[in-house]
Design a protein around this ligand. Structure first.
Ligand code: URA
Ligand code: SF4
Length: 211
């Protein structure tokens, strides 16, 4: 994917053939788009260097930006609970985001999450691609539309295809909603049950995939 407009993209910052530790170190200095200017730090992916299951979120939130780790805020709490229920050990997963810096607008002292645009998603894509090459997961679980489109292309609709196993060369992919969407859902319990059921499908798919 080429960078857009006057945004250079992460490509030139990504060391070739690097493992996860080297990628993380390089990503700390990424200037591939404008998001690094206002955010606190790059929040890179974390987890075992060759995890079988790789989870992709959207972008770090307020807590993740301050603390430097993915999924440590409210959405992460809900994700932890659902993973546990689905029998997936979070510690065995590699967790990352489609975009590695927090995008927000300031309202007084509060920082309000702003969805990353096409520009940031395309600019940051080389990091996710490099993580996929380094980790070589058997299954990629996309959390929400931004993650799903980053991995499966802009034509993919989570609303129509959630929970479906998509086979790609190298790995399979399953997409579900974002845990934040569960937190915002009018019927939160129902949304949570559906989310946990998708994670259960991911676990079953992972067990059925050849090692
Ligand atoms: N939401 C995400 O998509 N990723 C995080 O790391 C935290 C919240
Ligand atoms: Fe680089 Fe991605 Fe951060 Fe933009 S969001 S500066 S491309 S790491």
């Amino acid at each position: 994917m080429a960078a857009r407009g006057n945004v250079p993209g992460a490509g030139e910052f990504v060391p070739e053939g690097a493992g996860i530790a080297e990628l993380r170190a390089a990503a700390a200095g990424c200037r591939g788009c404008d998001l690094h200017r206002d955010a606190t730090q790059t929040v890179f992916g974390e987890g075992p260097a060759h995890a079988a299951l790789l989870l992709v979120g959207e972008q770090p939130g307020d807590q993740e930006d301050r603390r430097g780790h993915p999924f440590v805020g409210p959405a992460g709490g809900l994700l932890d609970r659902a993973l546990d229920e689905a029998g997936i050990d979070r510690g065995a997963c590699y967790l990352t985001n489609a975009v590695k810096h927090f995008r927000f607008t300031e309202r007084g002292k509060r920082r309000i999450h702003r969805q990353p645009g096409r520009t940031e998603i395309v600019a940051c894509a080389p990091w996710l691609a490099a993580e996929l090459r380094a980790v070589r997961p058997r299954l990629v679980l996309c959390l929400g539309a931004i993650a799903a489109q980053a991995v499966l292309g802009t034509g993919f609709r989570v609303s129509e295809r959630r929970g479906e196993l998509v086979e790609l060369p190298g790995h399979a992919v399953l997409a579900t909603v974002h845990p934040s969407a569960v937190l915002r859902a009018p019927d939160r319990e129902e949304a949570y049950r559906e989310f946990a059921a998708d994670l259960g499908r991911a676990r079953a798919a992972l067990e059925a995939l050849p090692r």
